[in-house]
Every structure is written in C-alpha cells, then in structure tokens.
Design a protein around this ligand. Structure first.
Ligand SMILES: *[C@@H]1O[C@H](CO)[C@@H](O)[C@H](O)[C@H]1NC(C)=O
Ligand SMILES: *[C@@H]1O[C@H](CO)[C@@H](O)[C@H](O)[C@H]1NC(C)=O
Ligand SMILES: *[C@@H]1O[C@H](CO)[C@@H](O)[C@H](O)[C@H]1NC(C)=O
Length: 488
C-alpha cells in the first residue's frame, strides 16, 4: 500500500459526527501539528469483561485519532467482544494468546465470569502463564526491521509480567487503574499526604463495614496462584512509567487534583469512557427485555443488575427476590445464577407466579445500555461496579446500592456522599441483608415522591458530567499528549 495506513479525512468525518465541534477542532489541530505521526500502542486488559470492554473503548478512542492499537487477550475473550466500529477497525489488531491449562480451572474458562469466585486464584495462575508468550510477542514486535516496535504498552492493574517485558524491551509502560480516583487514593500506599486529605473530604463520611475490610484482607493474604493481588498491583506500578485512571477533574475535583502522582509516577486521567447513549453495537429493539419494558408505565421500573463478576450467595438471591416482591414496584432483574444451585431453586418457591406481569427475571444476556436508556426505568439497583455506576448515571438514574466485592463498597459510599441514592442496610459482620430493608430502600429511592425527586435531581446533575463527551475526549487528548511528550 502506497498510502498512509489510515484515511485522515475519514477519521475526521467519523470523529466530527460523534464529538462536539470543539473537540473536533482540537483533534484536527493535534493531527496537523507536524509532529503527529501515529503511535503504536499495545493494550492488555485483565481477564474480566468489566476490564475488557473499557479497554476496547480506549482502543477505539485511540484508533479514532489515527493511532494503531494491538489488543492482547485470550482467544475466547476476543471472540466474545462486540465488533469494533467499522470506521476504526483497520487500526485495531487483536492478538490472541492461548490461556495455558491449569488443573482445576473449568474447560474453556478465560474470564472471571466463567469461573466461580473461589477459583479466581486458578485463573490468576493461568494468567501468569501468559508471561512467556507475551514476552515473545513483544520481542518479535521490537525486533530490528520488523517496523512494529510499540511506542507504549498500556497494561491493566495486575499485568506485572507485561510491565516486566516492557522494562526488558525498553518500551514505556502505562498502568491502567479503571476505578475512581477517590477509591484508588484511599486504598493506595505511595499517595502524597495532601491527596490523602483531599480524598477524606471527598468520600462519604461512612467507614467500611467490617465484612468488607475482612474481604479486602484477601488481597494481601490469598496467594495460591503464587502471588497476592496486592503484590501484582505493586509490581506493575513499580515497573510502569505512568498511571492512567478512569476519571476526570469534573467528576472528582478534589481527588483528581490531589492525586497527581502515585508512588512517584505521574497520574493521567482518561475521562469516564461513557458508552455511547444510543447503545451502539447493534442492540436490537427486538430484545425480549426491551419489549417487556415497552409495556410498562414511564418511570416505574426498578432495573436490577449486580454485575457479571461475583454472584450473590443463593440465600441472598432469595432475600433480594422477596424484597422486590415486598416493595411492590415493577422490576426487571438481570440475574447471574449463583454457582452450585439447581435452576429450580434459584428463586424462592412461587416467586415468579406471584410477581408475574410486574416483574421479569432474565438469566441470559441483557442489553444494559438499551435498558438503562428506556423511559420505563425509574431507578437502578446496582452492585456499584465502576462501569455500572457510570452507565447508570449516564442516564441520570438514582441508585439503590448493594455492593458485593472489590471497589464496589467504596464506590457505593462515594455515591451515597453525592446523594444519588441509598445503600441497602447490611449486617456489619457478614454483609447479609433482609427483604424488609431491600423493600424499604427500593421504596425510598424509587417510589416515595420526595426521596425519588431529590435523588433523581442529584443523579441528573451527575449525568451532565458523564454525558459531557467533549470533556472525556479532552482527557484522551491529554493522555495521548502525555504519551508523546514522555521522555525516559
Ligand atoms: C463498560 O464500559 C465500556 C466502556 O465505556 C462499555 O463499552 C461497556 O459496554 C460497559 N459495560 C459493561 C457491562 O462492561
Ligand atoms: C503465601 O503466604 C504464606 C503465608 O504468608 C507464605 O508462607 C508463602 O510463602 C506464600 N507463598 C507464596 C508463593 O508467596
Ligand atoms: C450478623 O451476622 C452475624 C454472623 O453471621 C450473626 O451472628 C448476627 O446475629 C447477625 N446480626 C444481625 C443483627 O442479624
């Protein structure tokens, strides 16, 4: 091919359709500034869809600016990703590295939602087996004359071995932390003191309940894979040149302003990476859940989805079901089956008959963006994964919060501090909850007029920031500028 690998005109047109005029000019200027040869970037997401999908989003945003991206994952994870937007597809290469077999790991399991939670260490062990093939991939890419030397590696939170390869082949490496700045700063060591103070101001006054603190200890104790999660994090951080976070100053002003470095590494914001509100990616109006919503009154339905990572325990699924029944609001529930439970026993006896007509439980895939965008939805009952929190607020929904693991508890407290919803009260020591408390929280957030109005108004305020695509595009531009200007 005798021409540049991308069509600048097409990229510009595509961009201008999706971004504000202002961003569009900024980008075109950036592309025309003479020192704008496209970058080659390798991106390696953790083996979980809450990471794979945002990383694909980052890849598309880089590619839409003319940069070339290699997206490294395992074959089945790559096969399960939605298609890349055609306009940028030629600039995104997928690099499948087969996941090594590990005894006890279910056949074909390649991501956290293929594996019961108590087997995550097996997945991490298999993940570490990708170190050698990855190093080989990078060696070949950096080989003299290959013309494929990456300018940057962007590696997710736990990719200590990818960061080690970056050091070996002298490719600069950015570490990706996909959580909130406030939560990252609250958890991390190596945070400057003024950042710690700002973070204490920004997050809600409530402290972590002891069931959450206990669970968090696993990050520094559980090491059957050969290494704790905390060790993975620190090794990755040590070997990286900068840190990129999924936040922006408009979203968490004090924490972002204060968190300028982490363990001495510069911190850059990527913006919130909000999904496109249209749902993009070929979601069909024919989806059964969406059709069911069509038949419900406006602003009446509670959408219930607790993520694909860690399911609730079976008895808690029952308690949640009975709480929804008691609350009396229509609900659409995207339910991930708890492991080791017979299908017939997942829901309480008679539940579906009793709630028939006003409740729908779906155990397959639900087009979450189309659901959240639907006018029938009044509130979102969520586990407060960072992705889901951002998606819920993109549509200005008040939140009924039921955090389960990792950063979900801190996210929920952050959102409670912003008064966009309420958490379901929990037993301090084991995290369990009662049907009465579920019902009461659903009523307070989604049904009683005063509460609903106040929470919705605050959620709509946050929606302005999430939906401000010019703001998020500026963050990506700033990130690219950092990559370009970095000198070892
Ligand atoms: C998470 O975020 C990404 C990037 O914004 C988005 O494309 C994806 O659909 C989101 N949803 C889930 C469930 O991961
Ligand atoms: C795992 O932790 C135990 C207890 O702290 C320690 O004795 C052991 O050496 C650790 N194993 C690995 C592989 O780090
Ligand atoms: C909370 O959980 C603990 C441990 O399961 C239990 O002993 C205690 O009775 C529970 N407290 C309440 C108020 O239900």
């Amino acid at each position: 091919m005798g021409r540049s690998p991308f069509n600048l005109g097409r990229v510009r047109r595509n961009l201008c359709e999706h971004a504000s005029l202002e961003t569009c000019f900024v980008v075109i200027l950036a592309m025309d500034d003479g020192n704008s040869s496209p970058l080659r970037v390798v991106i390696c997401p953790w083996l979980a869809f809450g990471h794979l999908l945002p990383c694909l989003d980052i890849a598309e945003r880089l590619a839409s600016r003319g940069h070339r991206v290699s997206f490294v994952s395992t074959p089945r994870n790559i096969a399960r990703l939605p298609p890349v937007r055609p306009a940028v597809a030629p600039l995104v290469d997928f690099v499948p590295l087969p996941l090594p077999r590990v005894d006890g790991l279910p056949e074909g399991a390649e991501s956290t939602n293929d594996v019961p939670h108590d087997q995550f260490e097996l997945l991490r062990k298999a993940f570490d087996g990708l170190a050698a093939p990855f190093s080989e991939f990078l060696r070949a890419a950096c080989a003299e004359g290959a013309g494929k030397r990456p300018d940057w590696l962007i590696v997710d939170t736990f990719h200590h071995w990818a960061a080690a390869s970056a050091v070996e082949y002298k490719v600069p490496c950015a570490m990706l932390l996909l959580g909130a700045a406030t939560v990252i700063a609250a958890w991390a060591r190596g945070v400057p003191e003024h950042a710690a103070t700002a973070v204490r101001k920004e997050r809600s006054a409530a402290e972590a309940p002891s069931f959450e603190t206990e669970r968090r200890k696993l990050m520094i104790t559980q090491n059957a894979s050969g290494m704790t999660v905390a060790e993975r994090y620190f090794l990755t951080l040590t070997r990286s040149n900068l840190v990129a976070i999924r936040s922006c100053a408009e979203w968490e002003p004090e924490s972002v302003a204060a968190l300028t470095t982490l363990a001495g590494k510069p911190v850059v914001t990527l913006g919130l990476l909000p999904p496109s509100p249209e749902g993009g990616r070929g979601v069909s109006k024919e989806d059964a859940a969406v059709r069911w919503l069509d038949a419900q009154p406006a602003m009446s339905v509670v959408y219930v989805a607790l993520g694909s990572e860690v399911p609730l325990r079976a008895e808690q699924v029952h308690e949640l079901a009975l709480g929804l029944e008691l609350a009396g609001a229509p609900f659409l529930w995207a339910l991930r089956k708890p492991s080791g439970v017979q299908d017939a026993d997942i829901l309480p006896p008679g539940f579906e008959e009793r709630t028939c007509g006003r409740g729908l439980v779906v155990t397959g895939w639900v087009p979450q963006i189309s659901v959240l965008a639907h006018g029938a939805v009044a509130a979102f009952l969520t586990h407060c994964g960072w992705n889901s929190t951002i998606e819920g607020l993109l549509f200005g929904h008040p939140l009924i919060m039921l955090p389960i693991s990792s950063d979900q508890g801190p996210n929920a407290r952050l959102m409670e501090g912003r008064k966009v919803g309420m958490q379901v009260p929990r037993n301090e020591s084991d995290g369990s909850f009662t049907r009465e408390d579920v019902a009461e929280t659903v009523r307070a957030v989604a049904m009683e007029e005063d509460g609903r109005r106040a929470f919705t108004a605050n959620a709509k305020k946050m929606q302005e920031t999430v939906a401000d695509s010019a703001c998020h595009e500026r963050c990506i531009d700033g990130f690219i500028q950092q990559l370009r200007s970095y000198k070892a």
